[in-house]
Write a protein that binds this ligand. Structure first.
Ligand code: TRP
Ligand code: ZN
Length: 877
């Protein structure tokens, strides 16, 4: 049966009727019947109000108030709710005993078993699956947790805070531990872990000289694979001190790696729980991208200690308060640790690939949503990644010092509180004296703003006038919008490639190198411009907008070769490639001759071979837009087969024109020596592998042979996977044997097998659908492990444009069946997968009808979870 979910609205927020000052939890662990005793020190804010506690699939065993059992007429209990009709008007102690079944918990929310180990996931609303509670982020309490379990099955017992007691329980085979967390926190940050786990230990001395123990727990035998995560953790701790003045606050910081996890990781106070793919690494199982991902996620969760834990959200509408800000912080950390320019390109790629389509489709929502029916579905690219862009713009507008002053004031004012976006912005307004009321629209207006630019040079007057216009497309529930404050970082590039000076600028609130676009239309007049410039706009992607510069291909090629801003050099290359590919797609569709222009291809080779540029940057230039990028830019009446055809033609031209040069480049950059995951060596590998990928477009046996040789001789996962990926994603025959070798090599390694499943799923051939279907019953696959599911099914629906979007609709049908089945076990993961349909309305009519049919079939099921119901309803609306 479908639970009827009433939408929750931001405007309906009410402070809780009761506060909970302390929570004392006692877990008696057993796989199918765990007993939880919760003692809550309750304080009425509204004396006499009924006390309504949240629950979810919990069984009530006993309930007492001030140590006296209360009659059953005094309360009402369902698995979803516990209501105490007339609680005491003075502070009181409420004790609740519940029973839960971790083994049957396939949703992976609340207390569950992963590989025989107990772990919890409470964000957003999982704590109510452990005990009845005021399960909302504005109820902050101090927790003491006692865990008792079989000593043999669970030698390790962990919870938040510091360990204050523990030992054997005499006369039994059980033992216990008691943990105390002195920092008040909401229930979503609670965690408990119990099991038989390996441990890696280290320590960190904070800036004020306190010694903090660092523990990483993992599956036995995998300890050596935790070294990089530990290193990233220590670097994160140091960086937060230097960059933000934030010091760690408990005596111990723990990370637990588990193999069954719905998302990336979770910032529980002092006890982060991680999807093991964001902890475990060695050169044989992890790629350079995996190492970078580990560094990012470790930092992200650690940084939440201040932005999320010490200061949390008043309600879930404020999610970007902690997520957007923490993503911004982890991006800045990685930029400082690696190459800032290359990191920015990588982050913008992600934003364009994930957030832009979301903002352009039926699931569009503001960075701070105003209504939801299932909060699990709002952990989105918009909240996280656009949320981070909003912080980045805030910094661009306030400047380095103003931004830091605002952050300092925010930490000082709100430590220990659950706050809102208004509170956050007020800290910046008060610290800098700036009016941020127009800027605040970024939080409430969905949709990607569209900016157009038109420039005119007057040689006689030596003036350059630049007209900028902005508009914001309608999104679900928002038809008309107001102009936003868009910071446009810019340069006027002169004929020799250097930025031209100007004596004054009027009409655009120009400060240094930033135009403040705040009106629907603005014309900026630059005086004293000595030569006709090519404008380089939105440098560093200073705002998450689409920009139409109207520049000719010649001007774009000029920027690609000369722009002082590396980001805009990359943008120019992508822009030219996209325009070329859009035109070529139209040609393929109408059966016309190829329209490809070799000038761009020659420029690519030139940049790739320029040794004065960072290899990692050159690798980014060589990574041509993928089929999904092209589809996104086309935006309507999308024909994935034609796009793939156009891309193939471009790849063929690249291979025939510059393939030899790129093969040589790959040869001379590819041998980096002994593997090390540092950014510089990773950059050289990336360049070599990107170059290699562009040599096979004519499917020449010699070129394919080179890739096979690279696969066979690789001594690390990065090169091995890069070569295998070239074979698989081009559908070459040679992939079959190589995939087999790869699978065999990693037969006992689930994280290695995920890579194999993913590559099987992206082969762009008609046979792939049957292959994917067959693999769902392969012993390496698992219908309960989210990583396996995301690799195979997520890989197919998300990264195989032609086969998911087969013209016969069989890709959609298989996918819909899979989601319907998965929804019964793990609704959160099912709903996330289903987001693969977010751009169905942009498809050409035939596929659109078939996608709609599959979606309607899902919607017609009368047993959907609230997660999947919400996504399917909004996707179809
Ligand atoms: N707060 C976590 C983060 O961003 C992510 C998260 C939210 C999560 N909900 C979750 C993780 C549910 C696992 C399961 O770091
Ligand atoms: Zn987060």
């Amino acid at each position: 049966m479908t639970k009827e979910t009433t939408p929750v609205r931001l405007s309906d927020y009410r402070a809780p009727d009761y506060a909970i000052d302390t929570v004392s939890l006692d877990f008696s662990l057993a796989p199918t019947a765990t007993q939880v005793t919760a003692q809550l020190a309750m304080r009425p804010n509204t004396p006499g109000a009924p006390l309504v506690l949240d629950g979810d699939e919990v069984k009530l065993i006993a309930i007492s108030i001030n140590e006296e059992y209360i009659p059953s007429s005094a309360y009402e209990a369902t698995p979803q709710q516990l209501t105490i009709k007339a609680p005491p008007r003075e502070p009181f102690t409420l004790e609740i005993v519940t029973e839960i079944n971790p083994k049957a918990n396939t949703k992976l929310m609340g207390l569950y078993l992963s590989n025989g180990n107990y772990c919890t996931q409470c964000e957003a609303e999982g704590f109510r699956r452990i005990t009845y509670f005021l399960d909302r982020p504005d109820v902050l309490a101090v927790y003491t947790t006692r865990i008792e379990a079989s000593k043999a099955a669970a030698p390790v017992l962990l919870s938040n805070g510091n360990r204050i007691d523990g030992g054997d329980i005499p006369g039994t085979t059980r033992h216990f531990a008691v943990w105390h967390d002195p920092f008040p926190k909401p229930s979503y940050l609670f965690a408990a872990v119990a099991g038989d786990l390996g441990l890696v230990e280290d320590s960190f001395t904070t800036m004020s000289g306190r010694e903090v123990a660092l523990h990483i727990y993992c599956e036995h035998g995998k300890e050596a694979r935790c070294a990089y995560a530990m290193d990233a953790l220590k670097r994160s701790m140091r960086w937060d001190e230097t960059a933000f003045g934030r010091e760690y606050d408990l005596d111990i910081f723990m990370i637990v790696a588990v193999s069954d996890f719905n998302m990336g990781a979770m910032e529980n106070k002092g006890l982060n729980v991680f999807n093991d793919k964001y902890v475990l690494a060695d050169p044989d199982i992890a790629t350079d991208a995996d190492y970078a991902g580990i560094e990012t996620v470790i930092a992200h969760e650690y940084f939440h200690n201040w932005t999320g834990d010490r200061i949390t959200c008043r309600d879930w509408f404020q999610l970007c308060l902690k997520e957007g800000l923490t993503v911004f912080r982890d991006q800045e950390f990685s930029s400082d640790e690696r190459s800032r320019g290359v990191k920015r390109i990588a982050d913008v790629r992600t934003l364009l690939a994930r957030q832009f389509p979301e903002d352009a489709g039926p699931l569009a929502h503001p960075v701070r949503p105003e209504v939801y029916s299932e909060i699990n579905n709002f952990y989105t690219a918009t909240v996280y990644d656009k949320g981070a862009e909003v912080i980045r713009m805030l910094k661009a507008i306030l400047g380095e010092d103003g931004f830091r002053a605002g952050m300092d004031l925010y930490f000082e004012r709100h430590d220990g509180q659950a706050v809102t976006i208004e509170d956050f912005l007020a800290s910046f307004a008060d610290a800098t004296g700036k009016d941020l009321s127009q800027f605040k629209l970024w939080y409430s207006q969905a949709g990607t703003p569209e900016v157009t630019a038109e420039g005119r040079y007057d040689a006689r007057r030596q003036t350059y006038s630049l007209s900028l216009k902005q508009s914001i497309p309608p999104t679900p529930g928002q038809q008309t919008k107001s102009p936003m404050h868009i910071p446009v970082r810019f340069g006027l590039v002169g004929p020799n490639g250097a930025d031209l000076a100007f004596t004054s600028a009027t009409g655009g609130g120009v400060e240094d190198d930033v135009i403040h676009l705040t009106e629907a239309a603005q014309t900026i007049v630059f005086e004293g411009v000595s030569a006709p410039p090519v404008p380089s706009l939105l440098r560093g992607f200073s705002a998450p907008v689409k920009i139409a510069t109207g520049l000719s291909q010649t001007d774009q090629l000029f920027l690609l070769r000369t722009d002082a801003d590396a980001f805009n050099r990359w943008r120019a290359s992508q822009q030219i490639a996209i325009q070329t590919l859009i035109a070529e797609t139209a040609a393929v569709r109408s059966g016309a001759q190829s329209k490809l222009d070799p000038a761009f291809v020659d420029a690519l080779a030139e940049v790739a071979e320029d040794d004065s540029l960072e290899p990692a940057f050159r690798a980014q230039i060589l990574q041509l837009p993928g089929e999904a990028d092209i589809a996104r830019e086309i935006g309507h009446d999308v024909d994935p087969a034609a796009i793939a055809g156009a891309r193939k033609r471009l790849m063929a031209m690249v291979a025939s024109r510059i393939g030899k040069r790129l093969a040589e480049l790959a040869e001379r950059t590819g041998n980096v020596g002994d593997y090390s995951p540092d950014a510089a060596s990773a950059g050289r590998r990336a360049l070599a592998n990107a170059a290699l990928a562009l040599t096979v477009g004519q499917a020449a046996p010699e070129a394919i042979g080179r890739v096979v040789a690279r696969f066979e001789s690789a001594d690390n996962m990065t090169d091995r996977l890069a070569a295998l990926s070239i074979l698989a994603s081009n559908g070459f025959e040679e992939r079959i044997a190589a995939l087999e070798t790869f699978q065999d090599r990693y037969r006992d390694d689930p994280l290695g097998l995920d890579k194999w499943l993913m590559l099987e799923a992206v082969v762009p051939l008609e046979t792939t659908l049957d292959r994917v279907k067959a693999l769902t019953t392969h012993p390496a696959f698992s219908l309960t492990n989210p990583n396996r599911i995301r690799a195979l099914i997520g890989g197919f629906a998300g990264s195989n444009q032609t086969q998911f979007n087969r013209p016969d609709g069989a890709g959609y049908d298989f996918f819909a069946d899979f989601v319907l089945d998965l929804d019964k076990r793990n609704p959160q993961t099912a709903a996330r997968l289903l987001v693969s349909f977010r751009s169905w309305k942009a498809l050409e009519a035939g596929r659109r009808a078939l996608a709609e049919k599959a979606l309607r079939r899902i919607a017609a099921s009368d047993s959907l979870s609230s997660d999947t119901r919400d996504i399917v309803t909004r996707t179809l609306a």
